[in-house]
Write a protein that binds this ligand. Structure first.
Ligand SMILES: [Zn+2]
Length: 828
């Protein structure tokens, strides 16, 4: 369907004023279709003008404008022209709509655990017309009343309070004016847990087969929810404006969560069927806080157009981490941000597809979709964290409160945000924004150190970049084998500038000088030689976890840009990972070491020894007597993922049969499926074994585990079955697609892999027609990253030279190709 152009949206916003939507859904009409009847009441500033409504039905049954029938055959793609508008209008559109299996529109899921059926709506950024007729752009907000006909045993919830009508239908009351992409409905035989906090009714929902998990997790979820509300109510003048606050955990969700006002939807993996690590719990707490921040940033005040996606995501991201760190037990959230999240953004910022945080000239909503990336989230949040540090909390939040007061229930853009902040603060915010939000790329900060023996002569902070930075420089000494903080020096440095740090002249030479200590800015760092040597010898002995996270991310940056050879990174892993105490660092480093450094940067011949090294590091953590359950879970998962060779695989097979299980870790379903996929890829488990495991775990995660393991089987027939399943439109749900793709390249004859690589680039262009979720699944999870050879680069380049790619296909393949070239550079 053609994406809405910005110019069209601007004209329509000038012309129309939407008063209200009434959406009536009938969800009792079979597995494929539901009935959607929408009445839109709206004003028109220039009566007599034409406009159009967005609707993308399986069949358009009826349309009436002000009582006049419109010809359903006039539907052009997803647009129906509305001719000759009156000053006040009533539009009725009735259609049969298709359920989605890729979480794009109204997603329908039949739970393999018990056969129960669930639906939920996921409408961002431009999928609302898959559920109801609407003016689908963020700046045409209106109150929605939704009624739903559903099976008798269902509970139906949505943005407003839901109630059962005397005729058996459910009615969801309107809440404020909201943008179309923020409307949701969740239905099914839901299990619920409810409470109240500070006058706000709170609800948690999940499918019936996860009732025990929801009951188990409810206390912690409510605890974080309460803490987040209290914190945000302390920071903001405006109270939470949407009445009830429901959080629904749904199956097969594409993202972590979605901030629908009053009804946040989360992927239900966050209820943890298998024992999670503390880092996973911390991440979930951050997501809870992130989505709640959206109630203000995005829902109460919405970006006028997708250019300002950062006004939603960067703020929610920054406040998500900050609220979790400041107000919940997950005080180390910023450590995870440094070691797990920022890399996503740094990588994005160094690719050809990078863009300013506040993008300019985004012509269509299709371009918006590809910008839900590491720039809009990780970099934008880092920029805002730097802004807070540069401006101070008081001025920052005074500005935000002015912004909310001015634009509540409406829309805003960058200029509105800067105006509010400028009025509140003493510094030149527009100049800051020009340097930080309107440019792309990442600066590098380094320290220029002159020493005479053990005494520093001079130290200066040098900024090779284009933005001002206010940072802390960490000064660390070696004492009794540990690297301990002597102090932190506040410093500001101008673009291209050099700031002397006179307090260090004449001081004893420290073991480590760390630019951007505390991770308060968005910049790469380069260490002086002496400090780099300390990191090599003593990284795990630095007492501060956040400093270690900054340095592990620094090492990741060095190896990605081939300034550090793969062997150098693996040496750090072998020397320092076994003693690491932060679970989040253990998870991030072992994953990157196995999936990037070993699987991409090394020649196949060098991989077994490298994999054994990573496996050894994981097992060393597992063997540590002081390792708690979380560390042991993280280490065991990595040990399973990197197991290779007869001895290790035999050990894995034993674990699956319950023999010699490593102590202190619940060996539950996630680990069992992880073991099985390893055995399948190695040819040590067959279809019969997979089927038996699935019979023992007939859940959707079991189905995903089986799909992954089946795709990992090395025989040619299994590969072809997996391939056909992935490239047959509507063949697999979004999550089964990702699982199958994830298994595919784990095994197979080299000549067959080459053949599939060529087929991949032949077939990807046509995948564009299957929608953004499928493109992202196959574009990211099935891209042949392990085949880092010049032939793969050429095939990818030839594909990208085609003129028939959708923007999403082009962007995903271009980004993966950039990563592939880095891998080829390592192997050259
Ligand atoms: Zn968000």
């Amino acid at each position: 369907m053609p994406a809405l152009q910005r110019s069209e949206a601007a004209v329509r916003a000038q012309l129309l004023d939407v008063r209200s939507y009434s959406v009536d859904l009938d969800l009792t009409r079979g597995e494929d279709l539901f009935r959607s009847a929408t009445v839109i009441r709206f004003g028109c500033a220039e009566p007599g003008q034409d406009s159009f409504v967005d609707v993308n039905p399986a069949a358009l049954l009826r349309a009436e404008l002000n009582g006049r029938p419109l010809d359903p055959a006039a539907l052009d793609g997803n647009r129906l022209v509305l001719p000759g508008l009156a000053a006040e209008n009533e539009l009725l559109v009735e259609a049969d709509m298709a359920y989605s299996r890729t979480c794009e529109g109204l997603h329908r899921f039949a739970d393999p655990a018990d056969g129960a059926v669930y639906v939920f709506a996921s409408l961002g950024p431009d999928l609302a017309p898959q559920m109801f007729a609407c003016f689908d752009q963020p700046d045409l907000k209106a109150p929605f009343t939704v009624t739903v006909t559903a099976p008798d045993d269902w509970t139906v919830i949505g943005n407003g309070t839901s109630a059962r009508l005397p005729d058996g239908r459910w009615e969801i009351a309107p809440v404020g004016p909201v943008s179309t992409y923020l409307v949701t409905v969740v239905g099914g035989p839901l299990h619920a847990v409810r409470t109240e906090h500070d006058g706000i009714p709170l609800g948690l929902y999940a499918r019936r087969s996860l009732a025990a998990e929801l009951d188990r997790e409810a206390e912690e979820l409510f605890e974080v929810t309460r803490a987040s509300f209290d914190r945000l109510h302390g920071l903001f003048d405006e109270r939470y404006p949407f009445g009830t606050y429901d959080q629904a955990f749904v199956p097969e969700f594409n993202w972590g969560a979605m901030e629908n006002p009053g009804c946040v939807v989360f992927r239900d993996e966050l209820l943890f069927r298998s024992a999670p690590t503390e880092a996973q719990r911390e991440m979930r707490a951050m997501v809870v806080c992130h989505e709640m921040a959206h109630m203000w940033f995005g829902d109460l005040v919405t970006m006028a157009w997708w250019d300002d996606l950062w006004l939603n995501e960067s703020f929610a991201e920054m406040l998500g981490y900050r609220t979790a760190a400041d107000s919940t037990r997950f005080t180390g959230a910023w450590t995870s941000f440094a070691v797990k999240r920022k890399g996503w953004g740094y990588d994005a910022d160094r690719r050809g597809s990078t863009h300013p945080v506040a993008a300019v000239g985004m012509g269509s909503v299709a371009e918006a979709l590809v910008n839900f990336d590491g720039i809009s989230y990780a970099k934008g949040a880092s920029a805002l964290r730097q802004l807070v540090h540069w401006l101070g909390d008081k001025a920052f939040f005074a500005g935000l409160n002015a912004y909310f007061a001015e634009h509540r229930w409406g829309n805003a853009d960058l200029a509105d945000f800067l105006a509010a902040l400028s009025a509140a603060g003493g510094r030149d915010v527009p100049a800051w924004a020009e340097a930080w939000l309107r440019t792309s790329g990442v600066d590098t900060l380094r320290l220029e150190v002159e020493a005479e023996g053990d005494v520093l002569a001079s130290v200066a902070l040098v900024n090779d970049g284009i933005r001002p930075h206010r940072v802390k420089v960490g000064v660390y000494d070696l004492a009794d084998g540990a690297v301990v903080l002597r102090g932190r020096i506040d410093a500001e440095v101008a673009p291209g500038g050099r700031t002397p740090l006179p307090e260090l002249a004449g001081a004893a030479r420290p073991a480590l000088l760390l630019p951007n200590d505390g991770d308060l800015t968005w910049a790469l760092i380069r260490l002086d030689e002496h400090s780099a040597a300390t990191v090599g010898s003593s990284l795990s002995r630095i007492e501060d976890g956040l400093a270690r996270a900054v340095l592990w991310e620094h090492a990741r940056d060095l190896v990605r840009s081939a300034e550090l050879p793969a062997a150098g990174y693996l040496r750090l892993v072998a020397d320092h990972l076994p003693a690491e105490t932060a679970v989040t660092i253990v998870e991030a480093v072992l994953k990157f070491a196995a999936e990037h450094v070993v699987a991409r940067y090394l020649d196949p011949a060098d991989r077994p020894a490298a994999l054994a090294l990573v496996n050894g590091a994981a097992r060393a953590v597992l063997a540590r007597p002081d390792a708690g359950e979380s560390l042991r879970i993280a280490a065991l998962r990595a040990a399973v993922a990197t197991a290779a060779g007869p001895e290790r695989l035999a050990e894995l097979a034993g674990w699956l049969d319950g023999r010699d299980l490593p102590g202190g870790v619940p060996f539950d379903t996630e680990l069992r499926w992880a073991v099985l996929v390893q055995l399948a890829a190695a040819g040590e488990a067959d279809e019969e074994r997979i089927a038996a495991e699935l019979a023992a775990d007939p859940s959707n995660t079991g189905e995903q585990g089986a799909a992954r393991a089946r795709a990992a089987l090395p025989d040619a027939a299994a590969k072809e079955r997996a391939w056909q399943a992935m490239f047959t439109p509507d063949g697999l749900s979004n999550h089964l697609l990702v699982a199958t793709a994830d298994g595919f390249w784990r095994s197979g004859r080299p000549d067959l892999q080459q053949a599939y690589m060529r087929r991949y680039f032949e077939q990807m262009p046509a995948v564009g027609a299957r929608g953004g979720a499928v493109v992202k699944a196959l574009g990211h999870s099935l891209f042949p990253v392990g085949l880092a050879l010049s032939g793969t680069v050429r095939a990818a380049e030839a594909c990208l030279a085609r003129t028939d790619l959708t923007p999403t296909v082009r962007r995903v393949l271009a980004d993966e190709l950039d990563d592939l070239r880095r891998a080829v550079a390592h192997r050259a």
